[in-house]
Design a protein around this ligand. Structure first.
Ligand SMILES: [Zn+2]
Length: 141
């Protein structure tokens, strides 16, 4: 599998972490090398992705497949920007959505718990994606 850049690979891993409910963590994360492992105790799952020769592409160089861990409710990898992008349409439809309701919705959807502060920042970030600078001007008032 070849990736055009690290961002593409990281995005795929986040979707994978969410889908499989695994607490993955990036242990190395720079322009040409990404290494991640499963944070669950005793689980040996690890993936290493790096530059393909002298090209700008990256590919998976090594991988220890098969988690020995169970699924996790807390996916630390899911961060504000990712959430904002994923739920931007939902927030557009319901701009005044309550935080608690939104967290419940995410749980129904993904079966993961997202902290209150991450959710709040994701809603704000989604507002920025939707309304750009206009929203920033409002924030300054
Ligand atoms: Zn694992």
């Amino acid at each position: 599998m070849v990736f055009g850049n690290v961002a593409e690979f990281r995005e795929l891993i986040k979707h994978y972490a969410l889908k499989t409910k695994k607490p993955l963590k990036f242990v190395k994360n720079d322009k040409w090398r990404v290494r991640l492992r499963c944070q669950a105790e005793g689980c040996g799952f690890t993936v290493f992705c790096s530059r393909l020769g002298k090209s700008n592409d990256l590919s998976i160089k090594s991988m220890v497949e098969g988690h020995t861990c169970g699924s996790s409710m807390k996916i630390n990898m899911v961060k504000v920007k990712f959430m904002a992008k994923k739920y931007v349409n939902k927030i557009r439809r319901k701009p005044k959505i309550s935080l608690k309701y939104f967290i419940g919705d995410i749980y129904d959807d993904l079966k993961v718990e997202i902290s209150l502060s991450t959710t709040w920042r994701a809603i704000k970030a989604a507002g920025y994606l939707l309304y750009g600078n206009e929203n920033q001007q409002f924030a300054r008032l």
